[in-house]
Design a protein around this ligand. Sequence first.
Ligand code: ADP
Ligand code: MG
Ligand code: ZN
Length: 482
Amino acid sequence: MSYESVIGLEVHVQLGTKSKLFCPCSTEFGAEPNRHTCPVCLGWPGSLPVLNEEALRLAIKVGLALNCHIAERLKFDRKNYFYPDLPKAYQISQYDMPVNSKGWLMIQMRDENGGVHQKKIGITRAHLEEDAGKLLHEEVPDGTLVDYNRAGIPLLEIVSEPDLSSPEEAYEYLVSLKAILQYLEVSDCDMEKGRLRCDANVSVRKSGEVKLGTKTEIKNLNSFRAVQKALAYEIRRQTEILDSKGRVVQETRLWNEDRGQTFSMRSKEEAHDYRYFPEPDLVPFTISRQTVEDIRRTLPELPAERVERFKKDYGLGEYDALVLVQDRKSAHYYEECVREKVSPKMASNWIQSELMALLKLHKAAIENSPVGPKDLAGLIRLIENNTISGKIAKDVLPIMFETRKSAEDIIKEKNWVQVTDTRLIEEIADRILAANPQSVATFKAGKKQALGHLVGQIMKETQGKANPKLVNEILLKKIAKS
Ligand code: ADP
Ligand code: MG
Ligand code: ZN
């Protein structure tokens, strides 16, 4: 029996405002517990919430970038439940009138032959809500502490349609969404600080079946890779149940990274009834179309547009453009490098392979790279004007990382300047040809690979510094004459 999986993601992203959603408390990370609190976010009786306009503006920005309909009227609702991380015993959220709805996002999937194909993923809604506090279970031996610094911080919950059909698509969705959020500068999306959180919903059904299967929801996902792995695990688990004629139970499950498994947390029977009702302390109001258009004008160039520009202006392929663009900082680095008038294709290759590998090794982020975009351009220029070979350049870059010297200084110090002196190469070639009559004969007999052996000998004598193109030319000329 063959099955297909259906996935929908719920992403909570912290909007980067200075103050909380309904009170003036700071949103700064890392303060002493309960320092950023006031009667409003602590839920004291008689306190009244006031909407943070900046949070609404950022939410609309995201809505526009995700091609959503922006609500004409803004309304908040209370989601009631009792838990110690929720001082008011309700969360102010949006129930039936989310600020953003019915949008979409394109994801790019790489296919087997190296091409890229696009898939449109529906966005059901993206609504504003406040965050809850944080429970600290490990601080004291027989109890739990609570920190309300996070209570009331503005979140945007972005809910996708169940349009994703594999863990890989879910991963790409998250990468694309994060790129958009970072380009918009609405959030830094730092998962380690809880500024981006994801719950994954997944079900499995017989291939070709129209009706959706019973879903489970996975929580406690700390990275995009964890989302991918947890989904793969869960799809396997559900498939095995269906294969043995069992029934999947609708429930919330927790991902355990160390064990690589999901575990049941609570079943649907225990699920909350949140008794949503309109928040009486916040009066609904109208969002004028003029306001929406004013916000639309502040949208920056978004990843999809930048990919097109990189393809058009720099002649990059779809995949290279995507990889560079998806991380805003890499895209910036790339453009700074190309501004130095080096080959855009070479810059792309050097950033994606050598530079990325060294950054990883040095645990450095690209914006703090010891070798800046102008420095890298300096290295590329030396290859372009035949001062050094690409092979030598690969030895120069790690030294640039360690010493922070320019490529030019390093090759001078090391005496790595490429030998383009025709007479010197001719001299060496004469000697090598005389010492290897066998290779010459083999080459003349039609075995073209024999030339490689001769080239290799010359490169060895010059410690890799001879210009390979020149060596080839000279050898061919001499063999033809001999
Ligand atoms: P709930 O009421 O349990 O929160 P929702 O209908 O709000 O469920 O959907 C939450 C998320 O789950 C959405 O991203 C949606 O696309 C996804 N989803 C809904 N039904 C399914 C299903 N049968 N299989 C996979 N994902 C689903
Ligand atoms: Mg839900
Ligand atoms: Zn407060």
